[in-house]
Design a protein around this ligand. Structure first.
Ligand SMILES: C[S@@+](CC[C@H](N)C(=O)[O-])C[C@H]1O[C@@H](n2cnc3c(N)ncnc32)[C@H](O)[C@@H]1O
Length: 278
């Protein structure tokens, strides 16, 4: 049977996604912008010494490394192995061992029930086929184990960032779904369905470091964040569109800016944990 993940079109889509996440400097984003999210997810998911943990779409190990620091045995899986270089350095700096594995969240190379805890920190939300990815999270978690997910919400800054960039980006392939839907508790509950119990969800915010102006933040983001860099590349031949996106992004940042002398934003995310039914 042909599944979503073994078609030529899907392989090409995943190759584009891999190239996109390798653009810019995602390791800097993980360390400088969202470092507290990984430990937050690990704590909410109650990872303990001896647990077998899978971090899905792990990037440079923002959740995997703090999970390993608890004494858990951790596999960090991601579509973009280019990020593992920084991930290995991050793990080394903390004196922990993490196994790094190239993997598509929609087709994890892991056995059924292989992990006590399955985590994803602003990661699985970027796999385009939500149900397929959710099914994999559930499949590789053992009965009674924990699934812990941290995702940007649609109405929060990152959700609005993707909405702002959308008119400038190529149309998404048929069947792919917008990442910030994973930040909607009802959507995630429906994806996981009655295969899980004890769902706990709360919305929280991450406060960003100060920048001098919205434009300064936008210009920084244009150098580090793969999805934003990729959108600018698609319109690079059209200076008016580039200027329009520049204006739209600065206006978005200004809308979220609650700083006085500097630009400071609160980015909303959903943190959700669930227990796989025994
Ligand atoms: C915003 S980064 C988050 C990385 C990390 N979890 C963190 O907290 O810093 C999104 C990650 O999702 C990964 N990713 C995107 N699509 C994926 C897929 N289909 N399967 C596995 N990983 C994927 C990217 O390579 C990237 O590392």
């Amino acid at each position: 049977m042909t599944t979503t993940t073994d078609t030529t079109a899907d392989r090409a889509l995943k190759a584009r996604h891999r190239a996109m996440w390798a653009l810019g400097d995602y390791p800097a984003v993980a360390v400088d912008v969202i470092p507290e999210l990984g430990p937050e997810l690990v704590a909410a998911s109650r990872v303990r010494a001896g647990d077998r943990v899978l971090d899905v779409a792990a990037g440079t190990g923002n959740a995997a490394v703090p999970a390993a620091l608890t004494g858990a045995t951790v596999v960090a899986a991601d579509l973009t192995p280019e990020l593992f270089v920084a991930g290995r350095e991050f793990a080394d700096r903390h004196g922990v061992t993490v196994e790094w594995q190239e993997a598509d969240a929609e087709a994890l190379p892991c056995g059924d029930g292989a992990f006590d805890v399955v985590l994803s920190c602003v990661g699985v939300m970027f796999a385009p086929h939500h149900q397929r990815a959710a099914d994999e999270l559930v499949r590789v978690c053992r009965p009674g184990g924990t699934i812990g997910l941290l995702s940007w919400t649609p109405q929060g800054f990152v959700g609005e960032l993707f909405r702002t960039m959308k008119p400038y980006a190529p149309p998404p392939p048929p069947g792919s779904q917008p990442p910030p839907r994973w930040g909607d508790e009802h959507h995630v509950r429906a994806l996981l369905g009655d295969r899980v119990t004890d769902v706990v969800a709360r919305r929280q915010t991450l406060t960003t470091d100060p920048f001098p102006t919205p434009e300064a933040w936008r210009d920084y983001w244009k150098t580090v964040y793969g999805p934003t860099i990729a959108v600018y590349r698609t319109i690079a031949d059209d200076p008016e569109r580039v200027a329009a996106l520049d204006r739209d992004l600065a206006a978005l940042v200004a809308r979220f800016d609650r700083g006085t002398d500097t630009t400071v934003m609160d980015w909303e995310y959903l943190i959700l944990t669930a227990r796989k039914r025994g």
